[in-house]
Design a protein. Structure first.
Length: 688
C-alpha cells in the first residue's frame, strides 16, 4: 500500500491515503481512500487495522457519493429570503467573513456571552471538532455549550461507578461464553462488535438482547427481553436480587475491590423478579433465567449502549448495570466485564487543542444544548444572562436533532438572531442561517480521532483537495480570529501541527503517520485486580460524590417522567431509534440510502394498531401535547405492545408534513449528566 502525506499528486497511478471515519459510531474505522488523478474513486476499510478488518458499514462505504454529491455546498451563501425558506445568494469569502466578524464584534462589545457556539459529533475529530473552534470561542468569551445530546447520562453513571468511561477491550467479546447486548442494535450501530459477537456465537456463546424493540440484533440473539423504555435499572436490580439469593457471587472480589456492598445488597433484595417484571413488562421467569445465565456462565460480558440512558433515570440505569460484573467477579477474565465507552482510556491532549486558558479568568455561562429551543426564546434576566443574539453552528443540525423541535424552529426563526452555519449540505438548520459557509468533508482535511468502542487512536490525512471553495472548520475560525483582532500565536497553528499537539506526550505521531493508527497500552483484563480509576480504587456501588451532591449514593430505578401507560390521553410510549441506513441526521440526503429507508415510518404492534383502525402503510398522525408528526404506519412485531418506534432522524424537509419525530420529544433532562430524554415520551396515534 502506498502511503502519502497530505494530498497525493495528480498522476495516473492510484494513490492510497489512510484516514479515519469521522462519524459518531463506536467503531471509529480506519479508512483507505483510493485516489486517481486527484479524484477519490473508492473508500474502503483498512485491512491492517484490527478493529476495522477491512470492513465498512453500508453508509461509509458510500462516502465518495457524499463527497461528490451534486447538492454539496461549495460556495459561501447569504440569506435573501425569510428565515427557513432556504433562499440564498452566493457571496465571496472575504465579504462573508468581514460581515460575520463585524456583527460578532458588535455583539461581543455589549456582552460576548450573547454569542453561542452549537456543535456536536458531525465529526468526532479532535481538530475539526472542538480544536480551533474552541480556541476562537474561548478567546471571544462566548457562552459555553454543554454538549450533552448523546451520552452524558451513561458517561456520568459509568464515572460514578467505575471511575471513568472505561471497560473491557472489545476484541475479547469473541471469547465470552455469554454476551448481554443491552440497549444496542449492534447490527445497525456497532457493526464490528457484532462480528465479534457472531464469532463468540459460533464458538458456543449465548447471546441475549435487552431492548424494547425487536431489532435486527434481537432477532439474531438466543433470547430477547423486550422491556418497557426506562426500566433498565429495575431489571438490573432484580438480576442482583437473584445473584444474591442464589449466591452466584464472587465474595472475594466484592470484599477486596468494591465499595458499598452491604447497602447495595439491602436495596437489591427489595427487587424481586415479580416486582421488576411488573415494572419492566416482561415475565418474571425471563429475569430468573437471565440471572442464572449471568451468574453461572464464565466469562460473561455486557455490551451496554446509549439507547438505554435516554430517559429520566438513564444515569442510574447505567450505574446499576455497571455494578453487575463486580458482583460476579466477571472482571477477572479478559472476556468478562462491561463496555459502554472506552473513551476514558485515551491520553489525547484536548487541553492543548482547546486552550481554555484563553478565557483569561472569565467564567461564561453554560447552556445545555438539549434545551436550545427554550434558551433561544428566553429574554435576558439575572438568572439566564443576556439573550442569545448570535449562534454559530458547526458539526450539527439542531433543527432536526434537538428535542421539542417546534420550539427549536421558533427560536431559529427569530429575525433578531444572527446565525452562521458551517455545513456540507443545506440541512434543515442551514435553511435558517444568515450565512452558510461550505465545509470540507473527511476526505479533504487533517484530523485526529480517538474511539469510544475500541482502544486505538487514528489519524486522518486529506486524500483530495477541498472541492469548490470549501474550507476546513479550522481555517474558517482562523480567518475569523484574524478579523476579530485575535493575534495569539495559537491561531496560526496548522491542522497538522494541531494533530501533533493533540497527541500529547503519550501518542506517537510518527506511528500515526506511518500506519494511520496507534494502539493504546490498555491491559487485557484492566480490573482483574481492582485498581479502578475511582477515588477509592474500587468499583463504587455507593458513590460518596453523589451523596455529597444530595443525590442517592446507590443506583436505583427512577420511573420515567412519562411512564408507559400513565396517561389516558397519550397511552403509548414512543422510542425513536436510528433508522438502519442513517446516522443521526447524517446520510439522510444520500438518495441511495434514503431509497432503502423509503420514507419515515412508525412501527406499531398489531394489538395497538387494530383498535385504532390503523392499516399497514397508512399515513398516521402521531401526537402529544408538544406537537404532531405524520408518517407511514408499519404494523410490525418489531414493536412491543404499548410501545411505538418512530425511526429517525429524518430531515424535517423530507417529512410528510415538514416535521420529524423530534416534534414530539421533550427538553427535560436526565438524572445525571444533563442528557436528553428522547425515549421518555408518551404519544397517541390515529389515522391521518
Amino acid at each position: 500500500m502506498t502511503s502519502s502525506i497530505g494530498i497525493p499528486p495528480s498522476v495516473g497511478e492510484p494513490q492510497h491515503v489512510r484516514g479515519a471515519c469521522p462519524h459518531d459510531c463506536p467503531d471509529t474505522c480506519a479508512l483507505v481512500t483510493t485516489v486517481v488523478d486527484g479524484v477519490a474513486v473508492k473508500v474502503q476499510g483498512n485491512p491492517g487495522h484490527l478493529p476495522t478488518d477491512g470492513v465498512l458499514c453500508a453508509k461509509v462505504s458510500r462516502y465518495t457519493e457524499r463527497t461528490y454529491h451534486p447538492d454539496r455546498l461549495l460556495r459561501p451563501m447569504r440569506r435573501i429570503g425569510p428565515k427557513g425558506s432556504g433562499r440564498f445568494e452566493p457571496v465571496g469569502w472575504d465579504e462573508a467573513l468581514d460581515d460575520i466578524a463585524r456583527r460578532l464584534k458588535a455583539i461581543a462589545a455589549r456582552d460576548p456571552q450573547a454569542i453561542l457556539p452549537y456543535s456536536y459529533a458531525g465529526t468526532m475529530g479532535l481538530v475539526q471538532g472542538e480544536g480551533m473552534a474552541a480556541r476562537f470561542f474561548h478567546r471571544l468569551g462566548a457562552s459555553l455549550l454543554d454538549r450533552t445530546i448523546c451520552s452524558t447520562a451513561g458517561g456520568a453513571g459509568l464515572t460514578h461507578t467505575l471511575g471513568g468511561k472505561v471497560g473491557m477491550k472489545v476484541e475479547f467479546f469473541a471469547e465470552a461464553r455469554l454476551i448481554v447486548i443491552w440497549g444496542s442494535n449492534s447490527i445497525t450501530s456497532n457493526l464490528h462488535f457484532w462480528r465479534l459477537a457472531q464469532e463468540a456465537k459460533r464458538r458456543g456463546a449465548k447471546l441475549v438482547c435487552i431492548d424494547p424493540r425487536r431489532t435486527e440484533t434481537a432477532e439474531k440473539c438466543h433470547e430477547h427481553l423486550a422491556i418497557l423504555p426506562g426500566t433498565d435499572a429495575a431489571l438490573a436490580l432484580a438480576l442482583m436480587h437473584e445473584l444474591i439469593r442464589n449466591d452466584w457471587l464472587d465474595h472475594d472480589y466484592i470484599e477486596r475491590h468494591t465499595l458499598g456492598w452491604e447497602a447495595l445488597r439491602e436495596r437489591a433484595l427489595r427487587w424481586t423478579p415479580e416486582r421488576a417484571a411488573a415494572v419492566c413488562g416482561i415475565p418474571a421467569q425471563q429475569i430468573r433465567d437471565l440471572a442464572r445465565d449471568y451468574g453461572t456462565t464464565k466469562p460473561a460480558a455486557i455490551r451496554l449502549n446509549y439507547g438505554m440512558q435516554r430517559v429520566r433515570g438513564g444515569g442510574n440505569a447505567a450505574r446499576a448495570v455497571a455494578c453487575l460484573p463486580a458482583l460476579t467477579g466477571a472482571w477477572r477474565h479478559r472476556a468478562g466485564g462491561v463496555l459502554l465507552s472506552s473513551s476514558g482510556w485515551s491520553p489525547a491532549d484536548r487541553a492543548a487543542l482547546q486552550r481554555i486558558d484563553l478565557l483569561a479568568g472569565r467564567s461564561p455561562r453554560v447552556i445545555n444544548m438539549v434545551t436550545i429551543g427554550d434558551d433561544l426564546l428566553r429574554s435576558a434576566s439575572p438568572a439566564f444572562g443576556p439573550r442569545i443574539e448570535a449562534l454559530v453552528v458547526y458539526n450539527s443540525n439542531p433543527v432536526a436533532v434537538a428535542p421539542e423541535s417546534a420550539r427549536v424552529v421558533q427560536g431559529f426563526a427569530r429575525e433578531d438572531l444572527f446565525t452562521v452555519v458551517l455545513e456540507q449540505f443545506q440541512t434543515d438548520t442551514a435553511d435558517y442561517a444568515d450565512y452558510v459557509l461550505p465545509a470540507t468533508t473527511q476526505l479533504e482535511h487533517w484530523d485526529l480521532h480517538t474511539a469510544y468502542g475500541h482502544t486505538d487512536v487514528l489519524l486522518n490525512r486529506p486524500a483530495i483537495a477541498p472541492l469548490g471553495e470549501a474550507k476546513p472548520n479550522t481555517q474558517v475560525f482562523r480567518e475569523l480570529a484574524a478579523r476579530m483582532g485575535f493575534d495569539d500565536p495559537c491561531f496560526a497553528d496548522s491542522d497538522e501541527q494541531m494533530c501533533r499537539q493533540g497527541c500529547g506526550s503519550r501518542i506517537d505521531f510518527d506511528e500515526l503517520l506511518d500506519k494511520g493508527f496507534a494502539t493504546l497500552p490498555v491491559p487485557d483484563a484492566p480490573f482483574a485486580e481492582g485498581r479502578f480509576p475511582t477515588a477509592s480504587g474500587r468499583c463504587e456501588f455507593f458513590s460518596a460524590t453523589l451523596a455529597r451532591q444530595g443525590l442517592d449514593g446507590l443506583p436505583d430505578h427512577l420511573p420515567n417522567y412519562e411512564p408507559a401507560g400513565a396517561s389516558e390521553r397519550f397511552p403509548l410510549a414512543m422510542i425513536s431509534p436510528p433508522a438502519r441506513n442513517f446516522l443521526n441526521s447524517t446520510f439522510v440526503n444520500l438518495r441511495s440510502l434514503r431509497d432503502i429507508e423509503r420514507e419515515p415510518v412508525l412501527e406499531i404492534h398489531p394489538a395497538d394498531a387494530q383498535p385504532r383502525g390503523i392499516a399497514d402503510g397508512a399515513v398516521v398522525r402521531v401526537f402529544n401535547e408538544r406537537g404532531e408528526y405524520h408518517c407511514k404506519a408499519e404494523i410490525s412485531e418489531r414493536a412491543r405492545p404499548g410501545v411505538v418506534n418512530g425511526l429517525g432522524i429524518w430531515w424535517r424537509k423530507f417529512g410528510l408534513a415538514g416535521t420529524n419525530v423530534n416534534q414530539l420529544t421533550s427538553q427535560r433532562l436526565t438524572d445525571l449528566g444533563g442528557g436528553p430524554v428522547f425515549y421518555d415520551c408518551l404519544v397517541d396515534v390515529q389515522p391521518a
